[in-house]
Design a protein around this ligand. Structure first.
Ligand SMILES: [Zn+2]
Length: 491
């Protein structure tokens, strides 16, 4: 007789469905698993045999053949144990098949259930495939939004799973797992204290942060050591709106692969890699493959502190995701496209000693040129906002003159601007630009002999400035400000 069960495995960074088939026939007792199992999956035979014995479940006496479909996919890890055990019990006629139910746990020799690695990513894939009930081991809290997609049943032992499957309708999810995390995600979604407000006389820089956050414009702060570039860069994340539940779940699934203790949150992620980061660490790599920093920072902020200290190859690898919002990773002859729509913020010194233009610089002209050549020109071209920071002004030489904008108001303006900007991804110069703004843009571009990319970037910057002012229409003053912001700091 044949028994079936559904589970999932990690295929590199992505998750794939696995259909388990178990056939029990008469003959010489033998237990074999086919369908490209790795050694952890193969060892399931010993764990399952002992678990059946210790849970007082009758182990089939004949020949057992387990097939893992699709056969071409290499199955790694121990999360298939429970599904294989259930398929055998179904083949023996001890359990009936139930549609839209899946199993995801490792078995201990005593029949206890152990959590599979990075469960949330696998569960998300199962939910996408229409699975409505998932049996897992008790473990870290399941994020609230995932528990609303499917009924997640946490059981401690194989005996409990068999009892729950026998008693239809099934026992509901353990309340503490879901309700606890609902509360956590709500608390995380609010910012308890606005650190940005504790940085006075930085009105211009805060305006830059808001423009960057609203239109996802890459931003670079340049200044001498101790001027506060890093502190300000860290606060960019505070201006980003909360993630949608779907985005937060997807982000959590990637973080869970690199950090089993990752916490679910609706707040966007902030990644701040060290400058020894390799191109592979940035884009995603390893064996088994792991998501890179650009994917971990998806929908959040990627902060490169002292960005000229990163290797040229690493900085060059930023070009593809900055342009397209995705990264293509090729490993073992397979290509995976991963999301990488992050907001880039960097800091840099103006020269190797850090004081050029601010104090007594001891660097030779040649050294300064070599220092700047560390950042590839095409990458520098893609950074919309470059700002040379001064020491905290005493309020008299503040470029905007007035009081600092309040972080709460900035965050609201960013959210409203995104609502204007996000539905339309492409610029329509006829509908969105005033005729005079178009002439101004053409005139300034001709005068400065800029490339087509710079024209598009400046137009997008102008659109963000208008959206921050809650306008659909782009005016002359928006174009002027965009040009001033883009060109003033470029030397
Ligand atoms: Zn210097």
């Amino acid at each position: 007789m044949l028994g079936r069960a559904v589970s999932a495995v990690h295929n590199g960074i992505q998750s794939e469905l696995v259909y388990v088939e178990a056939d029990v026939s008469s003959g010489f007792p033998r237990f074999s698993i086919v369908g490209l199992p790795d050694s952890a999956v193969n060892e399931a035979r010993l764990r399952i045999r002992s678990a059946f014995h210790n849970c007082s479940l009758p182990f089939p006496k004949g020949r057992i053949t387990v097939n893992l479909q699709p056969a071409s996919l290499r199955k790694q890890g121990s999360g298939l144990d429970l599904a294989i055990a259930i398929a055998i019990l179904r083949a023996e006629g001890m359990l009936v098949e139930r549609k839209q139910t899946a199993f995801l746990a490792e078995l201990g020799l005593d029949g206890s259930l152990v959590p599979a690695e990075a469960t949330v990513g696998l569960a998300l894939r199962l939910a996408e495939a229409g699975i409505q009930e998932l049996y897992v081991a008790p473990g870290p809290p399941i994020p609230g939004p995932l528990a609303s997609l499917m009924n997640i049943v946490a059981s401690s032992t194989l005996t409990q799973v068999v009892a729950q499957l026998t008693n239809h309708p099934p026992v509901c999810a353990v309340p503490s797992r879901t309700s606890m995390d609902d509360k956590t995600s709500r608390q995380d979604a609010t910012i308890p204290f606005d650190m940005l407000d504790s940085l006075p006389n930085r009105a211009f820089e805060k305006r830059l942060l808001a423009i960057s956050a609203a239109g996802r414009h890459p931003l670079l702060f340049i200044g001498p050591p101790g001027v506060g570039k890093t502190t300000l860069s860290h606060r960019l994340i505070d201006l980003l709106p909360n993630l949608s539940e779907a985005d937060a779940l997807r982000s959590y699934a990637y973080h869970e692969l690199v950090n089993p203790n990752a916490q679910f949150s609706l707040r966007p992620p902030l990644r701040e890699p060290h400058h020894t980061l390799t191109p592979a660490g940035l884009t995603g790599s390893g064996s088994p493959p792991r998501p890179g920093e650009v994917t971990l920072a998806d929908n959040g902020v990627l902060l490169l502190d002292e960005c000229f200290e990163f290797s040229k190859a690493t900085l060059n690898a930023l070009r593809e995701p900055l342009t397209s919002g995705v990264i293509h990773v090729s490993r073992n002859g397979r290509t995976a496209s991963l999301p990488a729509r992050f907001l880039l913020v960097g800091t840099a010194n103006p020269c190797p000693c850090g004081w050029r233009g601010y104090g007594e610089c001891r660097c030779l002209e040649h050294d300064v040129r070599r220092y700047w050549s560390r950042c590839p020109g095409p990458l520098l071209d893609r950074i919309d906002l470059i700002h040379y920071m001064n020491r905290v002004p005493d309020g008299t030489n503040n470029p905007l003159g007035s009081r600092d904008p309040v972080a709460f108001e900035l965050r609201q303006a960013v959210s409203q601007a995104r609502a204007i900007l996000e539905p339309v991804d492409e610029l329509d110069p006829i509908k969105q630009f005033q005729p005079r703004a178009v002439s101004m843009l053409t005139h300034l571009c001709d005068k400065l002999c800029v490339t087509e990319r710079v024209v598009v970037q400046t137009a997008k910057l102008a659109r963000t400035i208008a959206a921050l002012d809650r306008r659909d229409e782009i005016r002359v003053e928006d174009v002027e400000e965009a040009f001033a912001l883009r060109s003033s700091a470029r030397r």
